[in-house]
Design a protein around this ligand. Structure first.
Ligand SMILES: Nc1ncnc2c1ncn2[C@@H]1O[C@H](COP(=O)(O)OP(=O)(O)OP(=O)(O)O)[C@@H](O)[C@H]1O
Length: 557
C-alpha cells in the first residue's frame, strides 16, 4: 500500500515545489528558500481531482513531466485546470508511488478510466448539444482518461435502438440531451432479452435538453445545467438504482417504462403543447401552464388507485424522516480521500435493499421490486422483464371520477393528521371537476415545478396529484412557490401515494392524449405499476438531491 503523501517537484518557474494530499484536498505548494511559509499555488478537493499522469523520458536522466488534471471551483463554476510540473530523475520512483496514492485518494473504490458510450442528440433543448459536448464535456473526460465512444443520434428513437442492440461492455451510458434520451435508453434496455442485467448499466445525463428533470433531481435547481458537474458524475458517480413505472397502454397493449411522469389534462398540453417554443428552454413550461389555466378545462376521466398513503401530513413527515436519514448516512462523506470517503459510506449504505458494490453493478440479490407481480424468487436476475399484465382492482382501491364542481378553496392550509379519509385536508370530494392528473416518481418535473415534493426513490410508490378545477386566480397564484413544492398544501390538490393505478378516458374525442415522460400516446386507458430500483443512474453523492422542502422540520412549512 503506497504511503507517500508529499512529493517534491519543480514548478513551471523552476522553483521548488511540493504536492501534498491532506484532509481530502490536493495542494500544489511553492517552497521558499528563506524559511518563509510555502505559497499555495493550487488547491482542489480530491472529489474534483481527475488524474495525475507521468510522461515518459526521451533520454536517460531527463526530468519527467507530471500532468495534474482537476476541476477547480471558480465562484459557482467548475473549470477544468491542467498543471504541469517536473520530477527529478531520482524522484521518479517516489512520483510513481505518489500517483497511486493520489488516484486511490481521489477515486476510492471507484474504477478510474471508465468506458463510456456517449449519445449526443443534436436537436435537444436549444440545439447546442454538439458544441457543448465538444467544448465542455469531452475535454474533462479526456483529462480523466475516460474511454469514450461517441454517437450522434440521427432520428427519434435512435437512442432506444442503440440501447436495445448495444453490447453491455460499457461502464456508463451518457445521454447528452434532455429527459427524452434517458427515457429512450431505459426503454431500449428494458426491451432486451437480458433486460435486468442491461438496466444495471448506469445512465449519466448531461443536461443539454430543455427541462432535464433528471438533472434537477440529481443535482438540484442551481446545478441543473452545471455541465462540468454532470461530467464529473460520469467519471466518479456511484450507481443509484431508480424506480420506474411500467405503463400498459390499452387497447394497443404497448408497454412503456416511465422514469419521470404520466400526465393527463392540462399537463399534457404543458409537456407536448409547448414543443414549438422549445427555444424558450425550461420557461416554456410556465408558458404552457398559464395557457392551460386560462382555458380551465374539465378533464373527464376515472382513476383507480391502489393507495398506500393519502394523508399529506403523514407523507411529509415520513419523507422528511427518510431524507434526514439519508443526509446523516452520507454527511461529510466526500468522494475519495478525507475522512471516511463516500465509497466507504456506499459500501454500508443499503440502496433499496440492495447494497451497491461501489462501482459498476449492484451487488448480488439485485434491486428489490415493489410491484408485486414481477418479483418471485425464481425470477432470473439477468433475464427479460416479465410481461406486464392488466391490473385487477379490488374493493380496497380508491376510485376518483371527474364531476363538474369547482373545488371549495379555503384559506386554511391543512389540519392535524387524521386516519379518517374524509377529514384529511385535501381529501377528494365527490363531484369535483379535474384540471389535471399528474403521476411522478421524483420531486421536480421542471426547475419551476416541484410537483411531487414527498416523492422518495425506493418507496415503492408513484405519487399522484389530482388537481381539482378551481378559480383561475387560485391556480395562477399557485405558480408562486411551485418550485418549492408549496402547492402540495393546497386543499384543491389531492395527493396520493399508490403502488399501482389505472386511468380511463371518459372523453376520447376531446382529450385524446396521455404524455409519458413527455412523449404523447393515444389515451384510451392505461395501467401503471411501480418497479423499485429497476434502472440505474449515476449520482455523485449516492442519492437524489434533497430539497429544502424535505429539509424542513415543521409540517406546513
Ligand atoms: N437527430 C435527431 N433528429 C430529430 N430528433 C431527434 C434526433 N435525435 C434525437 N431526437 C429526438 O429528440 C427528442 C427530444 O430530445 P430530449 O427529450 O432529450 O430533449 P428535450 O425535449 O429538449 O429535453 P427535455 O425532455 O428535458 O425537455 C427526443 O424525442 C429524441 O428522440
Amino acid at each position: 500500500m503506497p504511503t507517500h503523501q508529499d512529493l517534491p517537484v519543480i514548478l513551471h518557474n523552476d522553483k521548488r515545489g511540493l504536492l501534498t494530499i491532506e484532509d481530502g484536498k490536493l495542494d500544489v505548494l511553492q517552497l521558499s528558500k528563506d524559511g518563509r511559509p510555502p505559497k499555495r499555488l493550487l488547491t482542489c478537493s480530491l472529489r474534483n481531482f481527475l488524474r495525475a499522469r507521468l510522461a515518459s523520458a526521451a533520454y536517460e536522466g531527463q526530468r519527467r513531466r507530471l500532468d495534474l488534471f482537476a476541476l477547480i471551483q471558480k465562484g459557482h463554476e467548475l473549470r477544468l485546470s491542467t498543471m504541469r510540473v517536473l520530477i527529478e530523475p531520482t524522484d521518479v520512483p517516489e512520483a510513481e508511488e505518489w500517483i497511486q496514492t493520489a488516484m486511490q485518494a481521489a477515486y476510492g473504490q471507484t474504477k478510474p478510466f471508465r468506458r463510456a458510450l456517449v449519445l449526443v442528440n443534436p436537436v435537444g433543448g436549444k440545439g447546442k448539444a454538439k458544441s457543448l459536448v465538444r467544448e465542455h464535456v469531452l475535454p474533462i473526460l479526456e483529462a480523466a482518461g475516460t474511454v469514450v465512444e461517441l454517437t450522434e443520434t440521427t432520428h427519434k428513437l435512435h437512442a432506444e435502438e442503440i440501447a436495445r442492440d448495444m453490447d453491455l461492455s460499457y461502464d456508463v451510458i451518457v445521454t447528452c440531451s434532455g429527459d427524452g434520451l434517458v427515457y429512450e435508453v431505459i426503454n431500449g434496455l428494458a426491451a432486451r432479452k437480458d433486460a435486468r442485467k442491461a438496466l444495471k448499466v448506469p445512465i449519466a445525463p448531461i443536461p443539454t435538453g430543455s427541462a432535464n428533470a433528471i438533472c434537477i433531481n440529481l443535482f438540484g435547481v442551481k446545478d441543473t445545467f452545471n455541465i462540468p458537474l454532470a461530467t464529473l458524475n460520469i467519471i466518479k458517480g456511484q450507481p443509484l438504482p431508480i424506480d420506474l413505472c411500467s405503463v400498459l397502454l390499452l387497447p394497443s397493449r404497448e408497454r412503456r417504462y416511465s422514469f419521470i411522469s404520466q400526465a393527463l389534462g392540462l399537463m399534457v398540453d404543458l409537456d407536448i403543447g409547448t414543443e414549438h417554443v422549445r427555444w424558450m428552454g425550461d420557461t416554456r413550461f410556465v408558458y404552457g401552464f398559464l395557457r392551460g389555466v386560462i382555458t380551465n378545462k374539465n378533464f373527464k376521466c376515472r382513476v383507480k388507485m391502489k393507495v398506500i398513503e393519502s394523508d399529506k401530513v403523514e407523507m411529509a413527515r415520513k419523507a422528511r424522516a427518510e431524507a434526514r436519514q439519508i443526509m446523516q448516512s452520507t454527511e461529510g462523506k466526500a468522494l475519495g480521500g478525507g475522512q471516511g470517503s463516500l465509497i466507504e459510506g456506499m459500501r454500508t449504505l443499503e440502496v433499496n435493499g440492495a447494497a451497491s458494490n461501489g462501482d459498476g453493478l449492484i451487488a448480488e440479490g439485485g434491486p428489490s421490486t415493489a410491484d408485486g407481480n414481477d418479483r418471485s424468487d425464481d425470477t432470473p436476475d439477468e433475464g427479460p422483464l416479465p410481461e406486464v399484465k392488466e391490473l385487477q382492482p379490488d374493493d380496497s382501491w380508491v376510485t376518483i371520477e371527474s364531476g363538474t364542481k369547482k373545488a371549495v378553496v379555503k384559506k386554511r392550509r391543512g389540519s392535524k393528521a387524521s386516519t379518517d379519509e374524509a377529514a384529511v385536508p385535501g381529501a377528494w370530494q365527490d363531484g369535483e371537476g379535474i384540471l389535471y392528473v399528474y403521476a411522478g416518481l421524483r420531486p421536480w418535473v421542471a426547475r419551476d415545478l416541484m410537483q411531487w415534493p414527498v416523492a422518495m426513490n425506493g418507496d415503492g410508490a408513484v405519487d399522484i396529484v389530482i388537481q381539482s378545477i378551481t378559480p383561475r386566480g387560485t391556480m395562477v397564484s399557485a405558480i408562486t412557490g411551485a418550485e418549492k413544492g408549496e402547492a402540495y398544501w393546497m386543499e384543491c390538490q389531492h395527493y396520493y401515494k399508490a403502488s399501482a393505478f389505472i386511468a380511463e378516458n371518459l372523453d376520447k374525442k376531446g382529450q385524446p392524449l396521455v404524455a409519458i415522460d413527455g412523449e404523447p400516446f393515444p389515451f384510451d386507458s392505461f395501467h401503471v405499476e411501480v418497479h423499485s430500483g429497476l434502472a440505474t443512474v449515476l449520482s455523485l453523492d449516492g442519492h437524489f438531491f434533497i430539497s429544502d422542502f424535505l429539509r424542513k422540520q415543521n409540517i406546513h412549512e
